[in-house]
Design a protein around this ligand. Sequence first.
Ligand SMILES: Cc1cc2nc3c(=O)[nH]c(=O)nc-3n(C[C@H](O)[C@H](O)[C@H](O)COP(=O)(O)OP(=O)(O)OC[C@H]3O[C@@H](n4cnc5c(N)ncnc54)[C@H](O)[C@@H]3O)c2cc1C
Length: 297
Amino acid sequence: MGVFDRVVDLTLPLVPKPVVRRVASPYIAGEEMEDLLRLAAGLNQEGYRVAAAILGEFVTRKEESTEAVREYEQLLARMGERRIVGYIHIKPTHLGLKLDKAFCLENVRTLLIAARRQQLFVRMDMEDSPCIDDTLDMYYRLREEFDNVGVVIQARMRRSLADVRELAKVKANVRMCKGIYLEPHTIAYTDAELISRNYVRLTEELLGAGCTVAMATHDERLVWEGARLVDRLNVPRERYEFQMLLGVLAPLRRLILDGGHPIRVAVPYGPNWYPYSLRRLRKNPAIAGYVLKSLFK
Ligand SMILES: Cc1cc2nc3c(=O)[nH]c(=O)nc-3n(C[C@H](O)[C@H](O)[C@H](O)COP(=O)(O)OP(=O)(O)OC[C@H]3O[C@@H](n4cnc5c(N)ncnc54)[C@H](O)[C@@H]3O)c2cc1C
């Protein structure tokens, strides 16, 4: 971590919440489900698919997970009613992974049944390294029962090539990302160039094996590499898409859409916006700098 990043890391939590809320607002649909549904419909009109998520992670009480499941069930029903072109993605630790794995598995299963009713899909996000084995294990178990479930692979993890080769055997639907959690060098690549090269290598393995791949990135070089791969491997539109986060590099998003590629925007909502916003701001030094300046005003 560079000096600036360390300063950002230490001082962002001191910034008053209303300031963080204002600056982070482009990254979140709002606090209510209706905010999400309205924004999703607008994105659909422009030609984007949507990945909806309720903000929350690493819960400490089972009731929080149960509440999240109820809210996700309602969300799936509303998305179905309004014919939103989209799916939901969930964080396993939001659904109780750290509290009780069997409980978490049942929660995801409940959502998969609700999603199947609406012909919708559920992707399990990948969180920090202690969650990877359990999340993949849940994925393989659920994959035996459901077609509408997907998982995520992080290019920064050294283990990912082996994981990808296992996932290829079940023709998994995989989101490829660099990985947002900073992990130790013993288990993760820390060199940015190497992470990008690994991203391309893993994506090629997955596409070549007939998997469906969502390339989640705002890195234009990786978008270029992804477009090159789908062209070279003659991958049909049903088997790939690009993904970006709401509020990040919208002009690049537009270029991908105008280039004729399928693209999905990940749109989070909910009252638990604060930790998510801090993570987004940490990734964006220009905005984080602006926020920090407000501390000293
Ligand atoms: C749809 C989606 C789903 C994801 N799911 C997961 C997941 O399940 N598990 C996981 O570990 N990670 C996930 N990530 C995060 C991902 O792993 C990366 O941390 C993040 O996308 C940054 O990597 P990048 O490929 O965009 O490249 P970078 O090189 O980090 O970014 C390229 C440029 O994009 C801009 N940028 C990137 N991210 C942000 C941001 N958050 N805010 C502001 N500007 C930004 C910057 O200007 C940067 O220069 C997801 C990302 C996306 C887009």
